[in-house]
Design a protein around this ligand. Structure first.
Ligand code: SF4
Ligand code: SF4
Length: 122
């Protein structure tokens, strides 16, 4: 199915989500990628999030000049994932459909502004 979004034209909105949940399998894949013990990778790349009945491991973030913060694996200058081959399952699946809501919003706002680089606040 042909996708109707282009991540190379997007500042990486989905990588700015606060809670990017990972599984033990995702952590093991990242550990292999960085040739680290799984325990070290778990601690270095993720932290435990517990609230409102939710208990999960989520990716750590770092500050960003476009969004408040982004996934620690996101290159803030190049605006791309630095672990693409080893990225977690949720990152492989998103946006789950052939279209991306944020991309549609971005495209619409850029057309309105007549500016291909415009980044609206999400
Ligand atoms: S928000 Fe959509 S277009 Fe932007 S990087 Fe994520 S999937 Fe790609
Ligand atoms: S692992 Fe890559 S694709 Fe997933 S949130 Fe982080 S930077 Fe984005």
């Amino acid at each position: 199915m042909k996708v109707r979004y282009d991540c190379s034209k997007c500042p990486g909105y989905c990588c700015s989500y606060d809670r990017i949940s990972v599984t033990e399998r995702d952590i093991a894949r990242l550990a292999r990628h960085f040739e680290l013990p799984v325990d070290v990778a778990r601690e270095r790349f993720t932290y435990r999030y517990v609230a409102d009945g939710v208990d999960e491991r989520i990716l750590r973030h770092h500050k960003d000049q476009v969004f408040k913060s982004v996934c620690r694996f996101f290159d803030r200058d190049e605006r791309r994932c630095t672990v693409y081959e080893a990225r977690p399952t949720v990152c492989r699946q998103y946006p789950y459909l052939p279209k991306c809501g944020y991309y549609d919003f971005l495209k619409f706002e850029r057309e309105q502004q007549g500016d291909d680089e415009f980044i609206p606040s999400a």
